[in-house]
Design a protein around this ligand. Structure first.
Ligand SMILES: [Zn+2]
Length: 105
């Protein structure tokens, strides 16, 4: 069974990103490139302080979308869902709907 990514909504994670005890899988999402258990602690505010994990997920998603939703590992994602290594817009809309996130207008 595949699990959806809480950052981009891509349903292709081999393990749940967080188990019931909150342990991270350390898997890297092939779609957005977020690594669970790592990237939550890497995002910084402009003043150099670190974001909370929940904020990091949102900030990472925003950045990823702003950069054009480039697939981290296109070989691991279905070919019909991408165009020049970017997630197709209708696919992206579906993915984000899955995690109740919006596409930036
Ligand atoms: Zn992802």
């Amino acid at each position: 069974m595949k699990h959806p990514c809480p950052v981009c909504g891509f349903k292709g994670l081999t393990e749940p990103p967080y188990d019931h005890e909150g342990h991270q899988s350390h898997e890297i999402c092939p779609c957005c490139g977020f690594q669970f258990g790592f990237d939550e602690y890497e995002m910084q505010h402009e003043d150099g302080s670190y974001l909370e994990p929940a904020e990091s997920i949102i900030a990472y998603r925003k950045q990823w979308l702003a950069d054009g939703a480039v697939m981290f590992s296109p070989d691991c994602c279905p070919a019909q869902q991408q165009k020049v290594k970017k997630v197709l817009k209708h696919v992206l809309t579906e993915q984000l709907k899955r995690i109740n996130a919006d596409l930036p207008s």
